[in-house]
Design a protein around this ligand. Structure first.
Ligand code: GLY
Length: 597
């Protein structure tokens, strides 16, 4: 019944709509804007704070915000057909595996934070694992030094994927009961079979030399994205018939269609051909884990976020604790004082990350200590308001942490009952390791690059890591993904998260600060320029838009300030004081959508 409803309502409508636009030669971004305008009318008078520059998308009943519009609409159709936020999140996740192949996935893993309408929040950890035969020296070259080629571009870097098993666990425990996994994967199959409109962003990504060199060099990935060596143009329809077959196996057999039989055999064979060690037994043994969230408070808000093996929630709460007593009203958003305070807090948090964080099933992670108000107070007392503390003075013996690519993706869902789901999942690098498993259309991750290949050695992005994140059999690598839910006075207030590698945690911190103590609506909060410090390297990264005199004031405090390309792509829903939903898909990554009713 639901499958039929989905076909008629969602897919045919969406597909015909996109085809019509294509015939009219209207670009995808215009399509998205038009759809947003049609389905989620702006309400100029409905603002949640003073001094707004932008108007978020508004909805009364439910909303999905994702980095790709068609996948957001798939989730909305599930909500329209009586699904809850978990059902919609699963359908959106499967659809993104087709329409956002750089990060949406079934060949990777991630985290889901769930806040039921009534009841305790929880999380599903579907992070990839190292194979059973992994060892701590797996990513070292003959000279005994970390060899990034091994962890990023060979089969050794591929973790056992977790997405399909994680979705099944979330559905079994927190779905509405109205839909099966088969129902929820069906829209993705139909999009893969019928095709989707290639966005300008996907077309450009497939032309980037660093992407093309990887994808176009490998037969399965080449067949998926290139015709006679040429990538599709923006606006063309791209079909994924082989991926559709794999998704159909999941529809027909459930997770066994992925973790056992021909798909599992193809994944293991491809990984081994590429020099990796993953076996069909590793795939059959994969298990997602339901974990209690990490929680904290900030002012009147309760923060619910992802615990280890993500570092995101722990350090988000730690940084918010450190700066909680700052005079936000005096400082103001993105003043030199505010940026200085955030940067100093981040230095201490990322220094702690380098020593303490890893898979909690393999070492004791001092979560309670790191997220305590007392510990934060001792750090806050060390922050000099007039001068930057050099990072070298913050930790005596820093180990070098690995870093994460910024090609992750996030989506947020709120349903009619105000159940909320926050999902961040990833292949690590853009299009993962750059290989798809032969005959499956499944792009594989290179998530094991997130381990500390050699504690004390920096990886390409400069994050630092220690023994708690060393490679071990069946272990999960440390992540920065920070899917987060905020309550205010016990009621749902915000669902948010972002891609951005090491910048995810500071990005989520800033969107929370902007929408709470800085009192901005969620679109203004989203578009405000972002800043980032991660302890090492010792400089503040800023986006275009921070004024020259602010930069000068920061430099007078001793900061090295460097402008860099945009950071993050938040996908956020806020519940306004009027009870309505306000959504913002970050324009830093065009093509996203807040789809609501
Ligand atoms: N690979 C990105 C992350 O897990 O943070």
């Amino acid at each position: 019944m639901h499958r039929a409803a989905l076909s008629s309502l969602a897919l045919q409508g969406m597909y015909l709509f996109l085809q019509r636009l294509r015939r009219c030669n209207i670009s995808v971004s215009v399509a998205v804007a038009a759809t947003v305008g049609l389905t989620a009318p702006h309400a100029a008078a409905q603002i949640i704070a003073d001094g707004q520059r932008f108007t978020p998308v508004q909805a009364r009943e439910h909303m999905v915000v994702a980095q790709e519009a068609q996948a957001a609409m798939v989730g909305r159709e599930i909500l329209r057909a009586g699904g809850n936020a978990v059902d919609a999140a699963i359908a959106t996740g499967f659809a993104l595996a087709v329409t956002l192949p750089r990060a949406g996935n079934i060949g990777g893993g991630g985290f889901m934070v769930i806040k039921p309408a009534d009841g305790e929040a929880t999380t599903i950890d579907f992070r990839e694992t190292a194979p059973a035969s992994a060892d701590k020296d797996m990513f070292l070259g003959p000279d005994g030094e970390a060899d990034p080629q091994l962890s990023r571009s060979s089969g050794l870097g591929v973790g056992v994927p977790g997405t399909v098993a994680g979705f099944q666990m979330a559905l079994d425990r927190y779905g509405s009961g109205n839909f099966t996994l088969a129902d929820l994967v069906t829209p993705a199959i139909e999009i893969a079979e019928q095709g989707f409109v290639v966005s300008p962003r996907l077309a450009s990504a497939l032309r980037l030399p660093r992407i093309r060199e990887r994808l176009d060099a490998e037969p399965e990935a080449q067949r998926m994205f290139y015709r006679d060596g040429e990538p599709p143009e923006a606006g063309e329809i791209l079909t994924m018939p082989v991926l559709a077959q794999t998704l159909s196996r999941i529809r027909d057999e459930g997770p066994a269609g992925f973790y056992e039989g021909p798909v599992a055999e193809a994944i293991a064979a491809t990984v081994q051909q590429l020099g990796g060690r993953m076996t069909v037994q590793d795939l059959a043994a994969y298990e997602p884990i339901e974990r209690a969230p990490v929680t904290g408070t900030f002012k009147d808000y309760t923060i619910i976020s992802m615990p280890p093996p993500s570092s995101g929630g722990v350090h988000l709460i730690q940084m918010l604790n450190i700066i909680e007593d700052a005079p936000f009203g005096t400082f103001g958003m993105n003043s030199a004082e505010m940026i200085h305070t955030m940067a100093e807090a981040a230095k201490y948090a990322y220094a702690d990350r380098s020593v303490h964080l890893g898979d909690p099933d393999f070492s004791d992670i001092p979560i309670a200590e790191l997220t305590s108000k007392d510990y934060a107070a001792t750090i806050a007392a060390l922050i000099n308001p007039t001068a930057a503390t050099p990072s070298t003075e913050i930790a005596a013996d820093p180990g070098r942490l690995p870093t994460e690519s910024d090609e992750t993706t996030h989506y947020s869902v709120v349903d009619d009952n105000r159940m909320a789901v926050s999902v961040t999942y990833t292949l690590n690098f853009s299009f993962g390791v750059g290989f798809a498993a032969e005959g499956t259309g499944v792009l594989l991750n290179n998530e094991l690059d997130d381990f500390s290949a050699k504690p004390g050695t920096p990886n390409a992005y400069g994050l630092i890591g220690g023994a708690a994140n060393a490679v071990e059999p069946r272990k999960r690598p440390l992540s920065s993904m920070t899917p987060t839910i905020l309550l205010k006075d016990g009621e749902l207030f915000m669902v948010t998260g972002s891609p951005g590698g090491s910048r995810i945690i500071t990005t989520v911190m800033q969107i929370i600060l902007n929408a709470t103590v800085h009192r901005r609506d969620i679109m203004t909060s989203t578009t405000a320029p972002r800043v980032h410090h991660q302890w090492l390297p010792d400089y503040i990264r800023i986006e275009e838009g921070i004024s020259f005199d602010t930069i000068r004031l920061l430099e007078e405090k001793g900061h090295d300030v460097r402008t860099q390309r945009s950071m993050g792509a938040t996908q956020t829903i806020v519940v306004g004081s009027d009870g309505l939903l306000y959504g913002a898909s970050d324009p830093r990554a065009p093509g996203g959508m807040a789809a609501g009713d």
